[in-house]
Every structure is written in C-alpha cells, then in structure tokens.
Design a protein around this ligand. Structure first.
Ligand code: GDP
Ligand code: GDP
Length: 435
C-alpha cells in the first residue's frame, strides 16, 4: 500500500524547511537567516496519530536556473502532480504578497485538498493577523509557528483528515457528472444518446474500493466522466432493484460527481420518489440540472413547457437554482444542449469572485436592505470573502453569528445570484465572528 504524500509549498523564507523539520521531528535540514539555503533533505516519512505519510518540502526542489517566480511555479506543479494533500504556507510577519497569490492561483487548478497554514504566528496577537490570508480562497488559515512548534497539531489534524478521501480524488480535469432518477425515467437512454458518436472509455472499477462504473469521453476538447453510469451497471444482483440500494448508488454517484442530471419523466409527471432523489442531489451541495425526458410523448401546446416548469418549481422549491431542460432521448431533441449546460454549470460552480467586488456588493446590499435588529441588537457585517468553490462558499465576518438568520442569508444569496452567474449551483454562506 502506498503512503499518502503531503507537500509543503510557499514562497521562499516563509519557513517551509523549518516546518518540515518540526514535523519530521529531527533537525536534519540547515535553516539559515536567508532565502535559498541548500537543504540536505526534502523528503521524509512522518507520522501523526497513527497515520504514516511522506512529507515533501517543495522549497528544496529547485531548477538549475530560473527566476524565483519560475522556481516557485515548478514547486507548485510538483505538489499538484505528486501530492495527495498540499499544505500552502504563508508568513504572517510579511503579510500576504503577490507571490502567495501566484501560488494560490496555480493550486486552484487542482482538485487535491489544499490546507492553508500561516507560519511565524509566534504569539496570540500574530495569530489574529492571519485573516488577510482568507482571501486566498482555501478556507480557514491555520496559524502555526515552526520555530516554537505551536499549531502543528492542528495543522496535522487537518492534513490527516484528508487522507480518508484518497480513493475519491480524481486527478484528471474531467467534468464528472452523474445521471440520477427513479427507475424508467430514461437515464440509460439519455446516457446512450449523449454518448452517441463519442469515443467512449468504459472503466469498470468492480473489485476496487469503489464498486462503480465510470464512463469517460471527450467532446470539443473537454473531458467528461459519467459517474456510476446508469444502465451499464446491471449485473443481475438481487439487491440491485431494491430502493435502499438504488438510493445508496445514487448518493454515492452524486458524492463522486461535480454535478448531477436529475431526470424526470414528462409522460408520468412528478412522483413522490422523484422528490426523494432530488433531495439527495440538493443535500450533497453539488450542481444540479433538471432534465425532463420523454418530451416527445405528451400532447403539447405553446404553454406546456411553461406549465411543467411551474410545477417543477413548486415541487422542488429548494432546487430553485437548477436549470431545466426538456429533451427526448428517443428523438434526440435537445440532447446536444445537455453538455453545453453541463459546461455552463461547471463554470458557475467553480467561479471565484474577488473580495473587493464582493465587498462593493455587500455595501450596496446592506444599503438597500439594512441588516436586521434581533432582540435589540443589530447584525453588523464587516467583510465578505469567498473561501471555496464547488459549491461557491462565502464567509461573512460579523459582530455576532447568531444574528445572521435564514432570511438575511437568503437575501445575500439572492444578491449574489443577481450579480453573478451561479445558475445550477447551490451557494453557501458561513458567518464568523470578527475578533
Ligand atoms: P523556507 O526557505 O521558506 O522554507 O524558510 P526557512 O524554513 O528556511 O525559514 C526562513 C526564516 O524564517 C529562517 O530565518 C527561520 O529561522 C525563520 N522562521 C521559520 N519559522 C519561523 C517561525 O515560526 N517564527 C519565526 N519568528 N521565524 C521563523
Ligand atoms: P432508466 O431505468 O431510467 O435507465 O430508463 P431507460 O433508459 O431504461 O428507459 C425506460 C423506458 O423509457 C424504455 O422503454 C425507453 O425506451 C423509454 N424511453 C426512454 N427515453 C425516452 C424518450 O425520450 N421518449 C420515449 N417515448 N421513450 C423513452
């Protein structure tokens, strides 16, 4: 069994080598008061709470020639290619720099977990100075001090916390989508219609940890993977037709995909079981596209589509962000539009909005609709920043998180939707107390 690989990346002098040594608990590398000192060791086995892993100090891997910028880019590439978990290290004493942002931008391209740590937080005051780094978009920065050894446990907890998902890491840049729905709505017919002429690679993963079938293909230069492909996975096992098993399959397919096509049947209308399936898709926080299939069957007039759409909006109110497309797997009507919509939703769920733009929006939003008074106390929102994609997740720094109620949160989400294209993806807003 191969050990997970953890790579530390960051610009020179943030303390990568110091942290590396602290983690491997021996002082093998030379730490000097200047950038670019030679290190005799960049690769070591480490252990935390019973989890063994390989630790790489990418700062020790340098090109024969090249500007600092190029060196750092190469280091980030190595981390992206080799590591299972990436630790991006910043330095609180020099605050955030353009170089930190350059590295972060490179790391956005990877689906691997990136943990943000900010070094040289030697005392409590400095530990509160780390919030600058929120805007890098990798969630809560973890304050550490490589030289004092503080915060290292929290950092390693976060690192080993990512190991469990190793089987679910997908290294290629394919858009992964699943096709779900109750039996007979036409899932396999849709998959076959989409695949049509595409060059298809069916990867049967039976016997591996994930007992599922994924189908990969390329269309207009974009790679796609249909996760746990409906219809192909029919092995005649007795449990396959049971409700619980199909729920299990659907949930795991959704969890393993970026977005989900929720298929409905135009000839039968919406049934109770459709609502259950839709609920799983929504709960997972992935993108959702509602595909109304068998559009060739019902008698239609100019209003049919609008009416069906209204029914869907009523029945699935929580999926208000999901676009609806009316197709026929049988005649092929609008089947090519499905992939266009998949592209669009994927772009939206990976969209990043700059903090400055968000804060302009916040200012305007709180001007139109002032923050509420709750038991005589007014909610104050100081700052807003995006901390994650897929789903786009925003943190608002407030005076008291308890004061941010559902309705004002929904108002903020609506403001985001009105100003940016987030069609097809849920949006999360988290409140943090500003210290
Ligand atoms: P790297 O080249 O980016 O990996 O950084 P180094 O590990 O070589 O450290 C650069 C400088 O920062 C050295 O002078 C270290 O002594 C210092 N340093 C590293 N970690 C800390 C820390 O936690 N606190 C403080 N105050 N200095 C640190
Ligand atoms: P699944 O169980 O959701 O995978 O559904 P299937 O793809 O096996 O389709 C169930 C039945 O619906 C089959 O008899 C299909 O031929 C039929 N069907 C699927 N799509 C369409 C469609 O767009 N129009 C019509 N008229 N029938 C369809």
């Amino acid at each position: 069994m191969s050990l997970p690989i953890v790579a530390i990346v960051g610009r020179p002098n943030v303390g990568k080598s110091t942290l590396f040594n602290r983690i491997i608990k021996s002082r093998v590398a030379i730490v000097e008061d200047e950038a670019g000192v030679t290190r005799d060791r960049i690769y070591a086995k480490a252990e935390w709470m019973g989890h063994e892993f390989i630790l790489i100090d990418t700062g020790g891997i340098t090109l024969e020639s090249g500007e600092i910028e190029e060196q750092i880019k190469a280091q980030a590439e190595i981390a992206i290619d080799e590591a299972d978990v990436i630790v991006l290290l910043g330095d609180v004493t020099s605050h955030m720099t353009n170089m930190d942002e350059t590295i972060a931008k490179m790391l956005y391209r990877t689906k691997k977990p990136v943990i943000l740590a900010v070094n040289k937080a030697d005392n409590p005051e400095q530990r509160t100075d780390i919030y600058d780094f929120y805007s890098l978009g990798f969630g809560d920065p973890i304050p550490v001090s490589g030289s004092h050894g503080t915060g290292i446990g929290d950092l390693l907890d976060a690192v080993v916390g990512e190991f469990g998902d190793k089987a679910n890491q997908h290294e290629d840049d394919a858009i992964r989508f699943s096709v779900i729905g109750r039996p007979n709505v036409g899932k396999s017919s849709i998959v076959n219609a989409i695949l049509g002429e595409q060059r298809v690679i069916v990867a049967d993963m039976e016997g591996t940890t994930r007992d599922a079938i994924d189908t990969s293909f390329t269309h207009d230069g974009q790679k796609y993977t249909i996760v746990d492909t409906a219809g192909i996975r029919r092995r005649g096992k007795v449990y396959e037709k049971t409700e619980k098993y199909s729920v299990l399959r659907a949930v795991s397919a959704i969890e393993n995909s970026d977005l989900t096509l929720l298929v409905l049947d135009a000839s039968t209308g919406i049934r109770e079981q459709d609502k259950h399936v839709a609920g799983y898709a929504h709960d997972a926080g992935r993108g959702v596209i509602i595909v109304v299939n068998k559009w060739d069957l019902p008698e239609k007039d100019a209003h049919s589509m609008k009416q069906f759409e209204q029914t869907i909006r009523q029945e699935f109110q929580y999926l208000d962000y999901a676009p609806i497309i009316f197709v026929s797997a049988k005649t092929g009507q609008r089947i090519p539009d499905i992939l266009n919509l998949v592209d669009e939703v994927h772009e939206n769920q990976t969209r990043r909005i700059q903090s400055s733009v968000l804060n302009d929006l916040l200012l305007e939003a709180t001007r139109i609709t002032p923050t509420p008074l709750v038991n005589g106390k007014r909610l104050r929102i100081y700052y807003m920043t995006q901390v994650a994609i897929n789903p786009p997740t925003f943190v608002v720094f407030v005076n008291d998180p308890e004061l941010l109620h559902f309705s004002y949160k929904r108002f903020l989400i609506n403001q985001l939707r009105q100003n940016f294209d987030f069609k097809g993806t849920p949006i999360k807003i988290l409140a943090r107390k500003r210290k």
